[in-house]
Design a protein around this ligand. Sequence first.
Ligand code: NDP
Length: 309
Amino acid sequence: MPRVAFIGLGAIGSPMARHLAIPAHDLVIWNRTRARADDFVGTTPARIADSPAAAAIDRDIVITCLPVSRDVESLLDGPEGLLATMPRGAVLVDCTSGDAATSRRIAARLAEHGIGFLDAPVSGGVVGAEQGALTVMIGGDAAVLERVRPVLECFGKRIVHCGDVGTGDSLKAVNNALLAMHIWGTAEGLVALEKAGVRAEVALDVINASSGRSNSSMNLFPERVVTRAFPRTFRLALLDKDVGIAADLAREQRVPSPLLQLTAELFRIAHDELGELADHVEAVRVVERLGGAIIGGPREDASRDGGHE
Ligand code: NDP
């Protein structure tokens, strides 16, 4: 069995790494903020390394899950960096929702050292990670994927080879841009309906039995918006980043993409307004403030909505 290191114990990284903590993997972890690593080993058998370099010693597979590809790139160099110790023949599997250009640059750097690279962003959210039921989108060499597949299957139910390095990143970004469009569009429609006298519960009941439904209307709005729960599972800052990657992709490919560009702009505005800690679904609060009505739940005054950071 391959020996594994995991780097980046954030909201989704932690539950992913938990599935890897079997004796055969001899799991080693590193997290920039040590307290998160300490919390992790309080409940899960793993060894804490003092640096990325220390984590990568003797590892067959190093998995990273950080906010952006540049964060992963910044861990490669220097005496504490991954390249200082990662053995030839090892594979870096980057589960960051990254960007293709940076992933290609990382892959080229690693190849100079005889190390393989796969971009491997995931979908399914924190709940999917906890259940070990993520979808993993792979860009890179299919033979390298087959070598690491049993490890990815610890947290992934669907492992999909998308194409060359960077294709997993691109597919993930487009998926999340669609998520963003559904959230914003559903919010606009429901705010307008509230003002026209149709309660959100009634509107969602009909939409979810009709052709306008989506994961947002079926799950996110009933569970998180109408209830005003807005749990923090996936930061709005990260969705803003994803939509930006998708908008850049369309421009690079010379695809006219007014909807993608507009969505990127709207989520940049929402991110600026709501701050770094807001959840992605809280973008709805911006639509509510602009529209002057609250979707479902107890009536609140939208102009003094307390959700802003
Ligand atoms: P979080 O913000 O919860 O965690 C980010 C992690 O990265 C933390 O461990 C943080 O360390 C670490 N980190 C941040 N910057 C650096 C850096 N420069 N160098 C080293 N470590 C760094 O993010 P998530 O776990 O939610 O997301 C991680 C990735 O997974 C993102 O690309 C996101 O888009 C993607 N994703 C997230 C999903 C979700 O539901 N949350 C779903 C699908 C994909 P520290 O503890 O020090 O802050």
